[in-house]
Write a protein that binds this ligand. Structure first.
Ligand SMILES: Cc1cc2nc3c(=O)[nH]c(=O)nc-3n(C[C@H](O)[C@H](O)[C@H](O)COP(=O)(O)OP(=O)(O)OC[C@H]3O[C@@H](n4cnc5c(N)ncnc54)[C@H](O)[C@@H]3O)c2cc1C
Length: 493
């Protein structure tokens, strides 16, 4: 068995791991990064949150950080470590500015700070934290390889397709790890004098772990969009006594169209391909349960859409709309990554194209009448007709007397062609993880530091609880990058 010695070893080369490697190498540490896959280029995300960046100052954005943290605590019912939230808010700008100055600008890219955080209702409270990675042509810019190149330029070594199996401890101190080369099954012993940083993300594609740590997540999600998330990094830490969050947290898109008749117990597609993608799911369209009844105000964070579905039979929802709606998407004034046009992802034509593709594939139904649509969706026809009629009446009156949706989001369904999609959640990532302190040191079940073990990003916990606050856009990737950077700095000390 080969033994190699470094100061700091980072496990995982994505948002948290790449930033940890750059930060530790900047401090002069001899750094090794291992990742079980071949590349992490597309995992570095386009929408990043921060408070007080250069881009925000230039755009005149001033976020009250006390108000923001207060909101995040309320959102999580205080099931968080408030000191971690403050650690993020006080370090996010330095991290995002570092990324822009050292990684993006040398390649002709920059950050666009998004001002719009319009909301009218308490449930939709929003903050203009979003930065989009772009260039002068307003293109979406993937920058993952540039972060890796920067880490290499600073002296970090990389071993791809190399998987952490177990951590090594001596007298309770983490001194290294056992890893396996994925291609050859060769086993490596790697030694770290100063620290090992776990940046291995979540566990959403490991169904056994989902069953154990987040069983309801398996029911409300029909897709896992992070197929490499197997929880192996967290398990290696738990094996040596690390403490984990005791309740789940997750980031979910309400965009997972499924074939009619799907039972969520049998359907859990783990892929990052475009299977069943239904971007319009995040629009506050008329939404019904599988009995054809409207069950709540559809205008809420993405995750809440799927939470609402857990109180309904079948754990799924049905969205209904018509051609006129498709021509009127601007009226919904959606924000974050559901925004229409740049810096969102789709414009009207692209949304229409996606719907047409899903119709051809059988994920979305199209009909000439509401009755025909209900039949195609296998829903009780009369219930659907009644729900649509009463919704249309409220749209005409300009007031949602049933559930109080904002009036500007009331768009009737009456001109055909009519569309319907049955959909569930797309689990982007699990967000509950290893308990850490503000130095990113992993704690044991007694709340004491496990010497020389650090964690960041979705492998770490204490920051989120339950649903993801998507009205603080870009928070997960920024949490990963900011805490990765701090972990790298701390481990290199
Ligand atoms: C489609 C999609 C779009 C998203 N868009 C955004 C966005 O715009 N803004 C935002 O804030 N968030 C977004 N997210 C969420 C965001 O991607 C994650 O929160 C973020 O990637 C977490 O970073 P991480 O470094 O903690 O982990 P990950 O990105 O999950 O990376 C973990 C890495 O560790 C490696 N690894 C795992 N186990 C091992 C092991 N045992 N040994 C070696 N390597 C291992 C994996 O191969 C992987 O490369 C999106 C997610 C998805 C799926």
């Amino acid at each position: 068995m080969k033994v190699n010695e470094y100061d700091v070893i980072v496990i995982g080369a994505s948002n948290s791991g790449g930033m940890a490697a750059c930060a530790a190498a900047e401090k002069g540490a001899k750094v090794l990064v291992i990742d079980k896959m071949k590349s992490t280029h597309y995992l570095y995300r386009l929408s990043l949150a921060a408070v007080g960046t250069k881009a925000q100052k230039k755009a005149g954005i001033d976020i009250d950080k006390y108000q923001l943290i207060n909101y995040l605590c309320a959102f999580a019912q205080d099931n968080v470590d408030q000191k971690l939230l403050w650690t993020w808010v006080n370090n996010s700008a330095a991290t995002v500015d570092w990324l822009e100055d050292n990684v993006l600008k040398p390649h002709g890219a920059h950050l666009y700070a998004q001002k719009d955080a319009h909301y009218q209702t308490l449930i939709n409270t929003a903050f203009p934290t979003e930065h989009d990675v772009t260039n002068k042509q307003h293109e979406d810019i993937f920058y993952g390889n540039w972060v890796i190149e920067k880490a290499q330029e600073l002296g970090a070594d990389f071993l791809w397709q190399t998987k952490l199996e177990h951590l090594i401890t001596e007298n309770g101190v983490v001194t290294g790890l056992i890893a396996k080369k994925m291609a050859t099954s060769e086993v490596l012993e790697l030694r770290a004098k100063k620290g090992v940083i776990i940046c291995t993300g979540g566990y959403g594609s490991n169904e056994a772990l989902m069953q154990k740590w987040n069983p309801l997540g398996l029911k409300k999600n029909v897709y896992s969009d992070s197929p490499r998330d197997d929880g192996s990094g967290q398990l290696a830490a738990v094996e040596i006594g690390a403490w984990r969050d005791e309740e789940p947290a997750e980031i979910i898109f309400d965009r997972g169209a499924v074939p009619v008749g799907t039972n969520t117990n049998d359907y859990y597609v783990k892929s990052w391909e475009d299977v069943g993608y239904f971007w319009l799911g995040s629009y506050p369209l008329l939404k019904l349960n599988l009995n054809g009844e409207r069950v709540g105000n559809e205008s809420a964070p993405y995750e809440f859409d799927m939470n609402r579905a857990t109180k309904q039979p079948g754990y799924l929802q049905v969205a209904l709309w018509d051609d006129a709606t498709m021509n009127n998407l601007k009226q919904f004034h959606t924000l974050g990554c559901a925004r229409l046009n740049w810096p969102g992802f789709y414009n009207t034509d692209e949304n229409k194209e996606e719907i047409n593709n899903r119709v051809k594939e059988g994920f979305i139904q199209k009909a000439n009448s509401i009755a025909e649509l209900a039949q195609k969706l296998h829903l009780p026809v009369e219930n659907v007709q009644n729900s649509v009629a009463s919704y249309n009446q409220m749209c005409e009156q300009g007031q949602d007397t049933q559930f109080g949706k904002e009036d500007f989001r009331l768009v009737p369904i009456k001109t055909g062609a009519y569309y319907g999609a049955i959909y569930g959640g797309r689990l982007l990532a699990t967000l509950d993880g290893l308990r850490i302190n503000t130095k990113m040191q992993v704690l044991n079940t007694q709340g004491q530091v496990i010497p020389h073990l650090y964690a960041a990003g979705n492998a770490s916990g204490g920051f989120f609880w339950g649903s993801y606050p998507d009205h603080v856009p870009g928070l997960t990737a920024s949490h990963a990058q900011t805490f990765g950077r701090l972990a790298g700095q701390q481990a290199a000390n």
